[in-house]
Design a protein around this ligand. Structure first.
Ligand code: BGC
Length: 657
C-alpha cells in the first residue's frame, strides 16, 4: 500500500484515525491506511473472537506463568525468552501488538493487579520489562509498555488522583518506564488514573518526559476507556484512543466544524497513527515463527522452575524421595486451574496439568483427599477437610500437601483485596491437617502476598507457587522431588501484617491517594525503619548452600565494578541470585537506607565457586534533585553491600564516588 501523509487527509478522516475502529483495531479509512491489531495481555495472548468486545470468549493460547512469577526468576534472559515465545503466539493469531508489559510499581500488596506487575523495585521491574520488550520486538511484533503511570491501585482507578512527590515519581514510579523505554517499545499505554490532579490521558507534562527525556518515539495509546475528553487528550499528545467511541468521535467532528480544535495537533497524532500502521504492515512479512509450540512450553516450564519460591524448608524436609513417600493432597487447587483475573486472563491452549498427575509423573504415590463437596474457591476446603483428616490418620500418609489459592475472582483487575488474609476455612485446613500429619507442606497459588503468621510455625515447608500457568504444576512436582532445585526469590516484601506498610496507612479517599510514604516504597521502608517482615524482598531458599567471599571494588571511568565469589558448598547444582545494594553514607538529602542497584543470577555447580562481576553505572549513585531539576550525585562515600536478600547482607565495603 502506498504510504500517505496526514496532510493528504481531510480533518474528518484525521479525527477518525485518532480513535479506534472497534475494540482491537485501528480505523483504516476504507483501505487508505493499513489495519493493525492489538491484543492482551502480558502473559499469554488473550484474543477475543469478537472484535467488538473486550470480554467475549478468547481463542486458546499458551497460558504462561504470571508476571509475579517471572519477576521471581530474577532472570533477564527468561524475560527475553517469554517475550519471544509470546511474539510467536501473536504470529499464530495474526496479532501485531501485544498489550504488555505492565511495569507499575507494587506500592500496596492489596492492589488487584499485583500479579500482573513485576516488582516493588524499579530497577528489577524496569530491566525485566526491557528484556521482555526486546524479546517480543526482535520477532517483529510490537510491545506496549503500560500503564503510564501510577496505576498502583484498582479502587476507583478512573477517578483517583495519585498525589506523589516529584522525587518519588522520578526515582520510583517513572523509573521502570525510563529503563524499559530503552528497548524502544512500539507503544506506551496511558493509565486510567490521574497524577497530581491531571488525568493520565491528558498529562502533557508526563508525556513530554516520556518523549523528550526517555526517548520514546512510538504511539501513545489510551488504556481502554481511559479518555474522558478527546480534545484535551489530543492536545496533551495522546495519539490513539481505544476502543472506538461514537460520542468522542462526534464531539471531535463537531469541534472541528466549529474551529475549536488545534489542527496541527490533530495532524501530529494522525500522522503517528499512520506511521504506526505502516510500520506494522511493513514488519508483518518479516515475521517468521522461530519457536514451535513445544519450544514455547519449555520456556513456560523454565519460568515456572525458576519463578516458584521456596519460602520455608524446616530441617530440609524437602526435597521428598518419591520412593519413600505416601502423599495426600488437599485443598481446592487440587481440581482447579488457578490464575489471576481481568484483561490478562488467558484461555489455556491445552488442558492444564493437575498437581496429582504431575506428582504421579514424578513417581510419587499420591492421592487427593476425599471431598464432601468441591466447589471452586476457598470455602470448598471445608468439604475437603474431613477427608483429609481421616485419610491422613488411616492411610499411613507420610507427607500432607495442603494447596491453598486466591484466584481470579479474589485477585483481579478492577478492584483491590480488602486484606491479606486467607479464609477461615483455608486456615482451618492448614491447622487441622498439620496437627495430624508427620510432615506438612503448604503450596500457595496466588499473585500477591498473604499473611501467614497464624499458621506458618505449624508447617514444615511452604512453596510460593504464584500463578504458574497451565504447565506450572509440573514444576511444583519437580521441586518437591528435587529434580528442580528452587531458585526463585521474592520480588516484593511479604509483611507480617498488612498494616506494617506505611503506604496502607497513607491518606486515601475516593478522589485522591496521597503517597505519604514517598520514597519508602516496599523494602525501602522496611530496611529504613527496621520493621520486621515475614519474608524480605529478594528472599528465597535453595536446596544448595551458597557462601559469599572476596568482595573487591574498583573504578572504571564513572563505573564502580563490584566483584566477589560465591561458592556452592553443597552437593547439588543450584542457581543463586546475588543482589547488590548501595547506601549513600554522606547524603545531603533524604534517601532510603539502601537500594537495589544491581543483581545477577548464575548457575553454580556443586562444590564450585563462581566469580561475579557486576557493574554499577552513575545512575546507581544518583538521586533526583528537585532543586536542580535533574539527576544528581552527591559525591562522597557509598557503602556497597552484596547479599542473598535485602536483609541478609553477606559482604560490604565502602568506596568514594
Ligand atoms: C486494562 C489494560 C488492557 C485493556 C484492554 C484495560 O482494562 O487496564 O491493561 O490492555 O483493558 O483489554
Amino acid at each position: 500500500m502506498k504510504k500517505i501523509t496526514a496532510k493528504e487527509l481531510t480533518n474528518e478522516e484525521k479525527a477518525r484515525l485518532v480513535i479506534g475502529k472497534n475494540t482491537w483495531h485501528n480505523e483504516d479509512l476504507g483501505g487508505k491506511v493499513p489495519v493493525f491489531m492489538m491484543s492482551d495481555g502480558p502473559v499469554g495472548v488473550r484474543h477475543p473472537r469478537d472484535v467488538n468486545s473486550a470480554t467475549s470468549d478468547t481463542a486458546p493460547s499458551i497460558a504462561y506463568p504470571c508476571f509475579e512469577a517471572l519477576s521471581q526468576t530474577w532472570n533477564l534472559e527468561l524475560a527475553n525468552k517469554l517475550g519471544k515465545a509470546i511474539a510467536n503466539d501473536c504470529m499464530d493469531l495474526d496479532i501485531d501488538v501485544i498489550l504488555g508489559p505492565g511495569v507499575n510499581i507494587k506500592r500496596l500488596p492489596i492492589n488487584g493487579r499485583n500479579f500482573e506487575y513485576l516488582s516493588e523495585d524499579p530497577l528489577l521491574a524496569g530491566l525485566l520489562a526491557k528484556s521482555y520488550i526486546e524479546g517480543v520486538q526482535n520477532e517483529n511484533v510490537g510491545a506496549c509498555l503500560k500503564h503510564y503511570c501510577c496505576n498502583n491501585t484498582e479502587s476507583s482507578r478512573n477517578y483517583k488522583s495519585m498525589d506523589v512527590s516529584t522525587r518519588a515519581l522520578r526515582e520510583i514510579y517513572l523509573k521502570p518506564f525510563e529503563i524499559a523505554s530503552k528497548a524502544k517499545p512500539w507503544e506506551v499505554m496511558c493509565s486510567y488514573n490521574l497524577v497530581n490532579g491531571c488525568r493520565m490521558s491528558e498529562n502533557k507534562k508526563l508525556y513530554n518526559i516520556l518523549r523528550n527525556e526517555f526517548g520514546f518515539d512510538g504511539l501513545i495509546v489510551s488504556d481502554w476507556g481511559a479518555v474522558m475528553d478527546r480534545e484535551k487528550s489530543l492536545n496533551a499528545g495522546l495519539d490513539l484512543e481505544m476502543p472506538y467511541s461514537k460520542e468522542h468521535l462526534d464531539d471531535l467532528l463537531n469541534k472541528i466544524k466549529e474551529d475549536q480544535i488545534d489542527l496541527d495537533q490533530l495532524n501530529t497524532c494522525a500522522q503517528r497513527v499512520i506511521d504506526f500502521a505502516f510500520k506494522a504492515e511493513n514488519t508483518r512479512p518479516l515475521r517468521k515463527k522461530t519457536l514451535s509450540t513445544e519450544d514455547r512450553y519449555d520456556i513456560a516450564r523454565e519460568i515456572a522452575n525458576e519463578g516458584i519460591v521456596l519460602l520455608k524448608n524446616e530441617n530440609n524436609v524437602l526435597p521428598l524421595n518419591p520412593k519413600e513417600e505416601r502423599l495426600l493432597v488437599s485443598g481446592a487447587p487440587l481440581n482447579w486451574y488457578v490464575y489471576g483475573g481481568g484483561s490478562s486472563e488467558v484461555t489455556p491452549l491445552k488442558e492444564y496439568v493437575k498437581l496429582l498427575d504431575a506428582l504421579k509423573e514424578e513417581g510419587f504415590n499420591a492421592k487427593g483427599a476425599n471431598a464432601l463437596e468441591f466447589n471452586r474457591g476457598p470455602v470448598s476446603c471445608v468439604g475437603n477437610l474431613v477427608g483429609a483428616l481421616n485419610q491422613t490418620i488411616k492411610e499411613n500418609i507420610t507427607t500432607s500437601i495442603v494447596t491453598i489459592s486466591q484466584d481470579n475472582w479474589e485477585q483481579s483487575e478492577g478492584y483491590n483485596r480488602q486484606n491479606l488474609l486467607l479464609s477461615n476455612e483455608q486456615v482451618s485446613l492448614i491447622h487441622e491437617v498439620a496437627k495430624v500429619s508427620k510432615k506438612t507442606v503448604v503450596i500457595i497459588y496466588a499473585g500477591a502476598p498473604i499473611e501467614m503468621g497464624e499458621w506458618i510455625d505449624e508447617v514444615d515447608a511452604v512453596i510460593w507457587a504464584s500463578y504458574t500457568g497451565e504447565k506450572g504444576n509440573e514444576s511444583i512436582a519437580k521441586i518437591l522431588s528435587g529434580k528442580v532445585n528452587p531458585s526463585g526469590k521474592t520480588s516484593e516484601t511479604f509483611p507480617l501484617l498488612l498494616e506494617d506498610f506505611d503506604s496502607i496507612n497513607a491518606y486515601e479517599d475516593a478522589r485522591s491517594c496521597v503517597y505519604e510514604e514517598d520514597l519508602n516504597v516496599g523494602y525501602r521502608q522496611f530496611v529504613t525503619d527496621n520493621t520486621p517482615v515475614l519474608f524480605p524482598f529478594g528472599y528465597g531458599l535453595s536446596y544448595s548452600n551458597f557462601e559469599y567471599d572476596n568482595l573487591k571494588l574498583s573504578k572504571e571511568d564513572k563505573k564502580v565494578i563490584v566483584e566477589f565469589d560465591v561458592t556452592n558448598t553443597s552437593n547439588i547444582d543450584g542457581k543463586e541470585v546475588a543482589e547488590v545494594y548501595v547506601e549513600d553514607l554522606t547524603r545531603v538529602t533524604y534517601r532510603p537506607k539502601y537500594e537495589l542497584k544491581g543483581f545477577e543470577k548464575a548457575l553454580i555447580k556443586a562444590k564450585q565457586t563462581k566469580h561475579f562481576r557486576i557493574e554499577l553505572g552513575e545512575d546507581a549513585f544518583q538521586y533526583y534533585s528537585t532543586s536542580y531539576d535533574k539527576w544528581t550525585v552527591n559525591h562522597g562515600v557509598f557503602k556497597i553491600m552484596v547479599g542473598k536478600n535485602c536483609l541478609d547482607i553477606e559482604l560490604e565495603e565502602n568506596i568514594e564516588y
